[in-house]
Design a protein around this ligand. Structure first.
Ligand SMILES: [Zn+2]
Length: 70
């Protein structure tokens, strides 16, 4: 009956100075492409809250956009 899966615990956002509950998680490689500053660079999986997820998406809006620097 008791659910003791630690994975189901709510994670917090891994962005520096943020303590919102995480909404999604991403691979560190994806997140390091963005300008988000993380609490630790030693993570494999980065948790992002809603707000930072939006920032992250804006930042990484298509990898092509990153390549096309004017
Ligand atoms: Zn956050």
């Amino acid at each position: 009956m008791a659910i003791s899966r630690r994975e189901s615990e709510v994670q917090t956002c891994d962005v520096q100075g943020c303590c919102n509950p995480s909404e999604r998680s991403f691979n560190i490689k994806q997140v390091s492409k963005s300008s988000l500053e993380l609490k630790s660079s030693d993570l494999r999986q980065v948790h992002l809250c809603k707000q930072h997820y939006r920032e992250f998406k804006k930042d990484t809006k298509g990898d092509r956009a990153l390549d096309a620097v004017y």
